[in-house]
Design a protein around this ligand. Structure first.
Ligand code: ADQ
Length: 465
């Protein structure tokens, strides 16, 4: 079996708390085949960068690299988070394009290639993750690396016209042609990528999932919707109820029901619209409104970027306004918390929440929607209110799907969820849970790696070799 090499911006090294299902799933795949997880160490140094650190656990090597502050600023804070992130989330209005950060992004990707190339063997399978590292395969190919390489985009692929609005877009997106397999979250993302390749990328759709780059190189583009560790969460959730934080939340709510939202504080997550949708519910459903308390957990992320600072201020203002208008002496309708909770605690919060509110304006997939469902009590499950603009909505049709821009629609869905009879909740939950069980994080890793190893015809290697 070929050795697996995973490359991502951040690496969950042994001893660090695992961010969640993705790290667990990738580690399982690495353990099965033996391999390397390569990426940035999380450390920035004053000058230089490129120093490697290595840790080992069983048959997995974790190789991480320091970056200089200048490189990190250009590559990560700059081009990745201020240019690509908004572009890929359909927010051209927030795209901040700067030639220097684009050059910094290319420089850091080249540094990744320089440091990774000597570690690779000809029969390795290399799996590169996300928008920080789009050009990496083409840079490795320039350094003579011939092994199978796949890419997975965790965030959405925007429509072709939006992608083409990026200055120098072809220079970036054409580097995807160096992969053997380009994976997306949903079929819609694949279609948008095909459109881009056809309309702006000089290539063509060759049929059967294959694309042909200018010059004739063929590669596959397909959808692999990411899953979660469903069984683990389902087992953990009832146990989490005895945790002191979960118990005290539960006691503080009585006799009201909980509505929960859990997101990084990011403009893609639609938090101002969600707050306003909840406010609309409070205004419109006056007689019942005092039955619900909404807890929004939103730890600050990318706090140094201006758009995120503005978002934070805006949310504080709306939250203050909602509570100022609707709170009573013994009830605060919206509890807004800017901090992280341990994964186990969150699972307990999901379990006691009657409604999970997941309304991003755009999201590659959205794992919180899946985690919320997996944590429910099978005999008395809560209801997921889910944005139709999240990748998760493509398969999770039994959720209450809403347009996150439609405040009345969000308010109505909260009301429907709050009043939904138990039988209907159980029926919807069972259908969602069956899907999550079958399409968990291990199934995702397996199907991606199978496609990369067996479905990609390569020079000198036929199907199945
Ligand atoms: P994210 O944008 O980070 O991921 P999401 O899919 O919701 O969004 O994953 C967030 C993860 O962080 C979840 O596992 C969640 O439990 C955890 N988390 C969120 N808030 C937390 C908090 N306050 N405390 C502790 N944990 C918290 C990107 C893409 C998504 C895609 C994923 C995976 O933007 O669309 O689903 O990658 O591919």
């Amino acid at each position: 079996m070929s050795r697996l090499v995973v490359v991502s911006n951040r690496v969950a090294t042994p001893g660090e708390s695992r961010a969640g299902g993705l790290a667990v799933g990738l580690e399982a795949a690495l353990r099965e085949r033996g391999g390397i997880w390569f990426g940035w160490s999380g450390k920035s140094v004053r000058e230089g960068g490129g120093e490697l650190h290595e840790a080992r656990e069983g048959n997995i090597r974790y190789v991480t690299m320091d970056l200089s502050r200048t490189d990190l600023d250009a590559y990560y804070n700059g081009f990745s988070n201020r240019t690509l992130w908004p572009l890929l989330h359909f927010r051209l209005d927030l795209v901040d394009y700067d030639r220097n950060t684009r050059i910094g992004y290319a420089r850091v990707n080249a540094l990744f290639a320089d440091k990774l190339a000597p570690l690779l063997r000809e029969d390795d399978v290399v799996w590169i993750h996300d928008y920080h590292l789009i050009p990496l395969a083409s840079l490795l190919r320039e350094r003579g690396i011939g092994c199978r390489m796949g890419f997975f985009l965790h965030v959405p692929m925007p429509s072709a016209d939006l992608a083409a609005a990026l200055p120098d877009h072809a220079r970036l997106f054409s580097t995807l042609y160096a992969y053997d397999l380009v994976g997306f979250q949903t079929l819609r993302d694949v279609e948008r990528f095909q459109d881009y390749v056809r309309l702006f990328g000089g290539g063509r759709v060759a049929g059967d999932g294959m694309l042909e780059a200018p010059g004739g190189r063929r590669f596959r583009a397909a959808a692999f919707p990411i899953g979660i560790d469903t069984d683990q969460i389902a087992t953990e959730a009832p146990r989490a109820l005895s945790k002191p934080t979960v118990r005290s939340l539960r006691e503080s709510l009585r006799p009201r029901e909980l509505v929960i939202g859990v997101d990084r504080l990011d403009y893609s997550k639609g938090l101002p619209e969600r707050f306003r949708g909840f406010a609309r519910y409070l205004e419109r459903h006056g007689s019942r409104k005092r039955g619900l308390t909404y807890l929004q957990i939103a730890p600050v992320s990318r706090g140094e970027v201006a758009e995120y600072k503005l978002l934070r201020t805006e949310l504080e203002r709306i939250a203050g306004h909602i509570n100022g208008s609707h709170a009573t002496a013994d009830w605060t309708p919206l509890r807004y918390v800017n901090r992280n909770f341990a994964r186990g605690t969150l699972t307990g919060f999901y379990r006691i929440a009657r409604i999970g509110l997941v309304t991003p304006l755009r999201d590659g997939m959205n794992l919180v929607a899946k985690e919320y469902v997996a944590a429910q009590d099978p005999d008395d499950p809560g209801v997921l209110v889910l944005s139709m603009l999240a990748g998760a909505a493509y398969a999770m049709r039994e959720a209450l799907l809403v347009n996150p821009y439609d405040l009345d629609g969000v308010a109505d869905a909260i009301d429907t969820a709050a009043r939904m009879p138990r039988d209907e909740r159980i029926e919807r939950w069972q259908a969602l849970m069956a899907y999550l069980r079958e399409n968990d994080i291990d199934a995702w890793c397996r199907s991606y790696l199978d496609a990369l190893m067996f479905d990609v015809p390569r020079k000198g290697a036929g199907k199945g070799t």
